[in-house]
Design a protein around this ligand. Structure first.
Ligand code: TLP
Length: 343
């Protein structure tokens, strides 16, 4: 099977497994796991923020951030197709008691322009409306097709938000993909954000875990919420050891996934009934419209599965994600499989 459903399917490398077996560990709830501490320190250093916290998943990192930044009854401004809004099971309502004000990014990229955010802003003190408590960004934007928000764009949003006294959380599940595509360090892509969540278990290939980074005060509060959510993981150095390798080594090879995604996108653009702007594919996510094939996304994915290719279908679209465990040969095979189905 050629598995293009997500970059979450990557398996740990032999080096990761060796590092996990040899990891020095302690009880992380006492703050005594040296490998977890090294991972957190290294993340804080890479993002040039004061502190970092190792959490079980991207969802946990994002939801802790929403909790720490907001008070119940506030509103969070967020792009309509964002992960925090769509795919975290309504947890912001459950844990933080906030509502979302979603905004559609006019250019389709998933990255809101400041004027789009400003139009949704609600000040404190209204008799009727919930005040804006937080703005969430996503880089790369998953359902924007892995699109990248530049450092300048992020800086403009953060500067304006600061003037309004609103914090910014960045869902940087794939921020290293953004950094490679933009040839910009992750620190610059997240410089003025109050917090960032970065997944180790997607393109970076670790089996488990995410990092939440921010100010010391923010991380101290985040630590309480991680524990309350059952995220105190004891000898977590066993998984943090893979995370350290993911952080140090994996970004160096992400350009290969991006090249494969482009190869895939240009191959797909040739097929009848498929609609995609291949030029817009700059990281590892390829989303294409299949309505011209007379099939829905899920239906086409069922047919692809019979041909040995796994992809995700939703509505009229299909998503394919490249990662370390798919080669350029696999990409050529996936395109041929689709061609066989459509011919
Ligand atoms: N994304 C998964 C699915 O949940 C859709 C995927 O296959 O892409 N932020 C972003 C932008 C994400 O794409 C994801 C996972 C998360 C957060 C959540 O991370 P986890 O799965 O570790 O909770």
């Amino acid at each position: 099977m050629i598995d293009l459903r997500s970059d979450t399917v990557t398996k740990p490398t032999p080096e990761m497994r060796a590092a996990m077996a040899a990891a020095e560990v302690g009880d992380d709830v006492y703050g005594e796991d040296p490998t977890v501490n090294r991972l957190q320190d290294r993340a804080a250093e890479l993002f040039e923020k004061e502190a970092a916290l190792f959490v079980a998943s991207g969802t946990m990192g994002n939801q802790i951030a929403v909790k720490v930044h907001t008070r119940p009854g506030q509103e969070v401004i967020i792009e309509e197709r964002s992960h925090i809004y769509n795919y975290e099971l309504g947890m912001a309502a459950v844990l933080s008691g906030v509502t979302f004000r979603t905004v559609n990014s006019g250019d389709g990229s998933g990255h809101l322009a400041w004027h789009e955010i400003a139009g949704a802003f609600r000040p404190k003190g209204s008799d009727h409306s919930a005040e804006t408590g937080l703005i969430c960004l996503e880089n790369t934007h998953n359902f924007g097709g892995g699109s990248v928000m530049t450092a300048a764009h992020c800086e403009e949003i953060c500067g304006n938000a600061r003037d309004l006294g609103v914090s910014i959380h960045l869902d940087g599940a794939r921020i290293f993909n953004a950094a490679v595509a933009a040839e910009t360090p992750v620190a610059d892509l997240a410089r003025y954000c109050d917090s960032v969540q970065c997944c180790l278990s997607k393109g970076l290939g670790a089996p488990v875990g995410s990092l939440l980074v921010g100010s010391r005060e923010f991380i101290e509060e985040a630590l309480f919420w991680r524990k309350r959510m059952g995220g105190g993981m004891r000898q977590a150095g066993v998984i943090a050891a893979a995370g350290l390798l993911a952080l140090e080594e994996s970004p160096k090879r992400l350009y290969e996934d991006h090249a494969n995604a482009r190869r895939l996108a240009f191959g797909l653009a040739e097929l009848s009934g498929i609609s995609i702007d291949a030029e817009k594919v700059v990281t590892n996510i390829v989303i294409f419209d299949v309505s011209g094939t007379g099939r829905s996304g899920p239906k086409l994915c069922c047919e692809l599965k019979e041909q040995g290719v796994l992809a995700s279908g939703f509505g009229n679209s299909v998503r394919m994600v490249t990662h370390r465990d798919v080669s350029s040969g696999n990409i050529a095979s996936a395109i041929s499989a689709l061609k066989r189905i459509l011919d």
